[in-house]
Ligand binder design. Structure first.
Ligand code: PAF
Length: 278
């Protein structure tokens, strides 16, 4: 596995490759990321993983400074699973000057995560577009854990005619259902045992809808009430259409729905989602 830190060396290294699959990350890799890399390996001869904590997608009140940085451990994990190239640019390499060209994002980027984290998707799409331009992969692998991110990047690719195909991978969960996330390392022992409530709550909603309950408002309200009773602060728990991320409307064929949630356990914000199959 080769480590590359600058753009010209990376381009030189990748010039000879005929097929590239790319996994963008912010490091602190866990089993979820590793499953993306394993998937990437099935789709191309060369797998490139980037590790870059992208300040542009953090608001000033968020955890950019304390975001876990575990570069040596990450590289050892990637070497173990035979990633080919790891691209580790620093701030000056990716943003040598103030990033003034920014995308104008569609309304879907201003709901759910976009509502609670203004600027987040602008930061994500900017860095992802830059990384696509630098690496020029044919495939890019994203996890469903960040469902709205996956949706928006896919839309960007289509509307900007980028020659990249997204491969979406299922969320990897711990034994009790907690979605793997780099931010799980913030959880203390008590918070860790409470943390599964978000997944359990979303799972109950999924089951109820699959069992024929179409009172979405009641399901959402009860779920939020229950989380609040257990001292969570809920940003949203909502049933949406997978094709638009607009609020779900009941119809005979409810096989295109998803339940998404974001909530705070003390000062730790967790997100999760589950697709609903009726
Ligand atoms: O999902 C992430 O880790 C980040 O949002 C991404 C896609 C690497 C962009 O910084």
């Amino acid at each position: 596995m080769e480590r590359v830190t600058d753009i010209s060396s990376l381009r030189k290294r990748l010039r000879k490759e005929t097929s590239i699959a790319f996994v963008p990350t912010m490091g602190n890799l866990h089993e979820g990321h590793l499953s993306l890399v394993r998937t990437a390996k099935q789709y191309a001869d060369c797998t490139v993983v980037s590790i870059f904590v992208n300040q542009l997608q953090f608001s000033p009140t968020e955890d950019y400074n304390k975001y876990p940085r575990t570069l040596e451990k990450d590289c050892a994990l990637l070497k173990d699973i035979n990633a080919d190239v790891v691209f580790i640019p620093n701030e000056k390499i990716l943003y040598p000057e103030t990033q003034e060209f920014l995308l104008m994002l569609p309304p879907v980027a201003h709901i759910l995560e976009g509502k609670y984290r203004p600027g987040f998707f602008r930061g994500v799409t900017t860095v992802v577009l830059k990384l696509f331009n630098i690496i020029q992969p044919q495939k890019a692998i994203f996890g469903k854990k960040d469902y709205q991110q996956l949706y928006i990047v896919d839309k960007m690719i289509k509307q900007l005619n980028l020659p990249v195909k997204i491969i979406a991978c299922d969320t990897v969960r711990m034994h009790d259902g907690l979605a793997q996330s780099s931010r799980n390392c913030y959880l203390n022992e008590n918070q860790r045992s409470e943390s599964i409530r978000l997944y359990q709550t979303l799972y109950q909603i999924k089951k109820s809808v699959e069992d024929g309950n179409d009172n979405f408002k009641m399901l959402q309200d009860n779920a939020i009430k229950n989380m609040i009773q257990h001292n969570w602060k809920v940003d949203y728990i909502t049933i949406r259409q997978r094709s638009t991320l607009e609020p779900a409307v009941f119809n005979e064929n409810n096989n295109n729905l998803i339940v998404l949630g974001a909530a705070w356990l003390d000062d730790i914000r967790l997100i999760d989602n589950i697709e609903i199959h009726t």
